[in-house]
Design a protein around this ligand. Structure first.
Ligand code: WTA
Length: 655
């Protein structure tokens, strides 16, 4: 373990020392855009020193309706990129490819969970997007309006997003696994008046009743004027006259001609809600020009995309990874993207391997939590399928444990494929710390080095950079094109949350250290945010849903290590007087959280307590609860604890 002396490192120690190094294979490097570490370093140095030059060059590869006059206008914390420029994201993802041989290339290859197959070329996708953009217009959507998208993973989800982009409407996708309550909150916050949804979607052989959830969310809401429903499952659903319309019926009224809006580079492209350390999800706002340049360039360099690749990102469209690396990044590059609707273990745990073999997938981008599940299901599921088409692997969402990295490398990559472990966030919009597959030597567990234009550093509480080997806070010291432009409707929170913790820099909320080669090792969140199966959950968010249960007086939520999900959710709960603890109540409370937020937030364990450990000033001591939840013995300072006996009771599991 590294010597830890800095202040910040007290809270974020790391115990991992990994010395195995995997260099890119010579024949991979030879064909790659960036073929050596020296080349990466040279370009990285240039990109940080002269961002105008680097990003200006990248931006020029896209289609602008009017060229920018200035690359960056920066006044902390507000950035404007490609000032004065005009463009349209859907034109860059579609129209741009129609003039050459890409027109009839597959843009999306889709497979539904029950097994239906569709191939949509760029020309067809363009047509469908134009038609749906006209449907949105017909239903009153105007430039700047927010549209809530609550869909299964079908091509129409991407079509809806791109159609919004075409007319300058702002999409806000809500993950199809979220509940009616979550839709309600996001509707209220975003002010969306139109919802795009489906009757249902398939997940593990079941139908998820999306439209029914929308109906619940809309009870008593008369702000939403239109719900456009895509027919996916033939599930019998309620259609509210005057409010709900069918997608396929609307198609009868529209043409396939829809000129794209000329949008300012800073025009908002989407809002995506994510968890922070308070109870309320934050609407992360992204702009058009900067976001598109960032996702375009990172997809190109990090996946070293080639014209003939079959690229598969397994993320759902409801997360930032689905936005940046299933839709905007790859389509802006003219890639062929595989999209699969359902669960990895349906009907059998070999579904992903079968898909890779059936479609000849060459690039496979997934999450550590999925990799750990594959490991558990067993290697024999892979051996049945030919995975020789693969040439590059990627992961995202949480630190990958070296054991999972090695398994991925051996069993999926057959020791041939580089692995890009990409660190980034909803807020950053695009990859920030990541290997470049032809250039960067990898060690299992590190996201390695900053992407072009990214000035990442690790600092102590005073904001001073810590020596290599020491832990600290991960910050970004310069603006980058795909950075968030704010939190929807909350300017003060934006500055406070991201630009106040460390002077002059963007604070990521993550702790990290660097090794002697300069690689960044992310050690996890510093704030009260959990990472469950690669998804961010605010502890406060789960706590407020717990307290909304009629039996619960107070609750504290912490994470504990979980073999598959990375972190599991443990809730410490005190009850209101007159309510008795018991197994039945535990189940009720768990269900209550699943209904309020979604099944991912459901606590793995509920522990009833008489009291929660608090400081004299009334703050819950999560550090202690974390140790208890993880089954560790209690260490560290307890002198500020108000009532020590609480601890003994909690660790014994007494109720
Ligand atoms: C974590 C997902 C280590 C990190 C794109 C970050 C990672 C949070 C990695 C963002 C990685 C994501 N290695 N940690 N490769 N990728 N994280 O907003 O804690 O859902 O701050 O974006 O996930 O999660 P978000």
């Amino acid at each position: 373990m590294s010597k830890t002396t800095s202040k910040a490192s007290k809270t974020i120690e790391s115990h991992l020392i990994e010395n195995r190094v995997f260099k890119p294979a010579a024949d991979f490097s030879k064909k790659a855009r960036i073929g050596s570490l020296a080349e990466y370093r040279k370009l990285h140095a240039e990109s940080v020193k002269s961002p105008d030059k680097f990003w200006g060059r990248e931006a020029k590869e896209l289609h602008w309706l009017r060229k920018w006059t200035k690359v960056l206008d920066w006044k902390l914390p507000n950035a404007k990129w490609f000032v004065g420029g005009k463009l349209n994201a859907s034109v860059n993802c579609l129209d741009r490819h129609l003039e050459g041989p890409r027109a009839n290339k597959a843009a999306i290859i889709w497979e539904g969970e029950p097994g239906e197959k569709r191939v949509i070329t760029y020309r067809q996708l363009h047509r469908e997007v134009c038609k749906f953009a006209n449907i949105l217009k017909r239903n009153g959507v105007k430039k700047g309006d927010r549209v809530l998208v609550y869909m299964p993973l079908v091509p129409e989800a991407a079509i809806a997003m791109l159609a919004c982009a075409r007319i300058g409407a702002v999409h806000s996708v809500v993950f199809g696994g979220f509940s009616a309550e979550s839709i309600k909150d996001r509707l209220a916050d975003s002010g969306a008046r139109v919802i795009v949804t489906a009757d249902g979607g398939y997940r593990r052989g079941q139908i998820v009743s999306l439209k029914q959830n929308v109906d619940h969310a809309l009870k008593g809401n008369d702000a939403v004027k239109r719900v456009i429903v895509f027919r996916r499952t033939n599930l019998d659903i309620h259609i509210e006259p005057g409010r709900d319309v069918w997608w396929h019926r609307e198609l009868e009224y529209v043409s396939a001609d829809c000129p794209a809006e000329h949008l300012d580079s800073e025009h908002p492209l989407f809002i995506l809600y994510t968890s922070g350390s308070t109870g309320k999800p934050k609407g992360i706002l992204h702009s058009t020009g900067g976001y598109l340049v960032g996702t375009y360039a990172s997809t190109k360099y990090v996946f070293d995309l080639k014209e003939e690749d079959v690229y598969w990102c397994t993320a759902d469209i409801g997360w930032i990874t689905g936005h940046s690396y299933l839709v905007y990044g790859p389509l802006a590059n003219g890639a062929t993207c595989l999209m699969y609707e359902g669960a990895p273990n349906w009907p059998e745990p070999d579904r992903f391997w079968k898909l890779i073999a059936d479609y000849g997938v060459t690039i496979f981008y997934t999450a550590p939590t999925a990799i750990r599940a594959f490991m558990k299901w067993g290697d024999h599921y892979l051996q049945k399928h030919d995975l020789s088409s693969l040439r590059l692997l990627g992961t995202v969402g949480e630190p990958i444990n070296p054991e999972a990295w090695m398994w991925f490398h051996k069993n999926v990559g057959h020791e041939r494929c580089p692995i890009v472990d990409t660190w980034w966030q909803t807020e950053t919009g695009a990859h920030m710390i990541t290997p470049l597959p032809g250039a960067t030597p990898c060690k299992p567990g590190t996201a390695t080095l900053p992407f072009f234009g990214i000035d990442a550093a690790i600092v102590d509480d005073q904001g001073n950079e810590v020596p290599h080997g020491e832990g600290g806070k991960l910050v970004i010291r310069k603006p980058w094109p795909s950075m968030l432009r704010g939190i929807w409707g909350d300017k003060t929170r934006y500055r406070k949350q991201y630009w106040s913790e460390v002077k002059g820099a963007y604070f990521t909320g993550d702790g990290a250290r660097r090794d002697k080669e300069g690689n960044f090792w992310i050690v996890g969140r510093i704030d009260d945010v959990l990472n469950v199966a690669g998804h961010r959950l605010g502890t406060a968010e789960v706590e407020s849903s717990l307290v909304s249960h009629p039996s619960v007086a107070e609750a504290a939520v912490v994470g504990r290590p979980d073999e598959i999900k990375g972190q599991g959710v443990v809730a410490f709960v005190t009850l209101r007087s007159g309510h008795r603890p018991g197994e039945k109540l535990k189940e009720q409370i768990r269900k209550h959280v699943a209904e309020a937020i979604g099944p991912i937030a459901k606590p793995d364990e509920i522990r009833f307590a008489e009291m929660l450990p608090k400081t004299r000033s009334g703050k819950i001591m999560r550090r202690l609860l974390k140790q208890i939840a993880g089954g560790q013995s209690l260490t560290g300072d307890t002198s500020t604890l108000e009532d020590l006996s609480v601890l003994t009771k909690l660790s014994k599991g007494e109720e």
